[in-house]
Design a protein around this ligand. Structure first.
Ligand code: PMP
Length: 407
């Protein structure tokens, strides 16, 4: 009873049609990486079959075609997050690389001993560790907004810390560990009231909702292709052109220069200044195909169906004896984190795999959050729009059996 044509959608994802351990695959590990529709796989394959060439410097037809395809992928992705200009979108390896770039190119030259960078206890390691590195390099201090027992940011803690005027506030849009959707627009408004720029880690947002960087009002937005049905090894950083223009390059090499002599070089314009070396051309083309695919289904329709999946999963799991849900924020993406009495999450993951159910168990690259919650690990089921209510039932039934076996 989905408003989406789930059988047609699932037919677009060849990987879903397989058995694992003699059971139909039930893929509920989408927050780690999402599966790819044939439209993405075909776009990448077609590029290699027909157009492959290095970009930007070529005078021959294939180089022109590859350049056009890469640059039109940039236009597509800039449009996808409603950037006001195409050159504000830098293709990188993913969220991790995007955050490291901002830490090293934007923050490092600005930070001095006594300065603060503000993150949150909810953040992924990739939005914590790059800031630790730059704090070590500059003598600045890293602070973190506290999270409450529901897995939401404590807004009093945020107000107290943002009023100290850190040099930057870096915050996840959606928590990969718990699914919490942070009130980013509000946080940006408050940060800007204190003159603090904001970086948003959008790795878990772009797969689930329409993102509009202009409406959010943030200063930097990072995301990864592989979480939103695109290839691995491609992602992007968005920022406003004025900011990008004043930032020094992060890596040196080909493509990022206008002129090089042994004594000095002249940097290329934004965005090329930040894309040293041969980029992931096929990845960018595949990512644009993923954006096309998501929009062909409709971002609102995706959000609505995933919300139904989340409600169903929340209800089924809270009714399952011995299961405790971790993270009960009011605003959530389709992620359920949980623990089962007497069963270690890793053992649970292994048992579920024997039932064909793929979930994740561990600290979810959010060790500060786990410490705050007093848990070494949780099990996490994370949904995508191709998942079905029956798959959630399969998970819940498998949990009952796993508990009988292990607890
Ligand atoms: N932030 C969040 C919230 C994530 O979930 C992830 C991926 N698990 C990342 C950042 C890092 O993304 P990537 O590994 O694609 O660079």
């Amino acid at each position: 009873d989905s408003p989406l044509d789930l059988s047609a959608i699932r037919a677009d994802f060849p990987i879903l049609d397989q058995t694992v351990q003699d059971k139909a695959l039930c893929y509920l590990d989408n927050a780690a990486t999402a599966q790819k529709p044939r439209q993405v796989i075909d776009a990448v394959a077609e590029y290699y079959r027909r157009d492959n060439a290095n970009i930007h410097r070529g005078v021959h037809t294939l180089a022109e075609r590859a350049t056009a395809a890469y640059e039109s992928a940039r236009e597509r992705m800039a449009d996808f997050i409603n950037a006001s200009a195409t050159e504000e979108l830098i293709f990188l390896r993913g969220t991790t690389e995007a955050i490291n770039l901002v830490a090293q190119s934007w923050a490092r030259p600005r930070l001095e001993p006594g300065d603060e960078i503000l993150v949150t206890e909810l953040d992924h390691h990739s939005n914590i560790v790059p800031w630790q590195l730059v704090c070590e390099q500059t003598g600045a201090t890293l602070r973190a907004v506290e999270v409450n027992e529901r897995g939401e940011l404590d807004l009093e803690s945020f107000e107290a810390l943002i009023s100290r005027r850190p040099r930057l506030f870096a915050v996840g849009h959606v928590s990969n560990a718990l699914g919490t959707i942070n009130p980013v627009k509000h946080l940006v408004e408050r940060a800007h009231a204190f003159g603090v720029p904001v970086l948003v880690d959008g790795a878990q947002a772009t797969p689930h909702m329409a993102v509009d960087v202009q409406a959010l009002g943030c200063d930097f937005y990072a995301f990864s292709g592989h979480k939103m049905y695109g290839p691995t090894g491609i992602g992007a950083l968005w920022s406003r052109k004025e900011l990008l223009t004043e930032m020094p390059p992060w890596q040196g090499g080909g493509e990022m220069i206008k002129m090089v002599s042994i004594e000095r070089s002249v940097w290329n314009d934004v965005p090329h200044k930040f894309e040293a070396g041969t980029p992931n051309i096929a990845g960018a083309i595949g990512l644009a195909a993923a954006a096309d695919y998501m929009e062909s289904i409709g971002l609102d329709a995706i959000g609505d169906w995933e919300h139904r999946l989340l409600e169903h999963a929340t209800r089924r799991l809270s009714e399952t004896p011995g299961v405790t849900l971790i993270g009960t924020a009011e605003q959530k993406a389709a992620v359920v984190s949980f623990v089962v009495d007497g069963v270690h999450p890793h053992d649970l993951g292994t048992i579920l795999d024997s039932e064909g159910v793929a979930i994740r168990a561990g600290h979810h690259c959010a060790m500060p959050l786990m410490e705050k919650l007093g848990l070494p690990a949780t099990a996490r089921a994370s949904m995508a729009f191709y998942n079905t209510l029956e798959e959630i039932d399969t998970l819940a039934d498998a949990l009952v059996r796993a508990r009988e076996l292990l607890a």
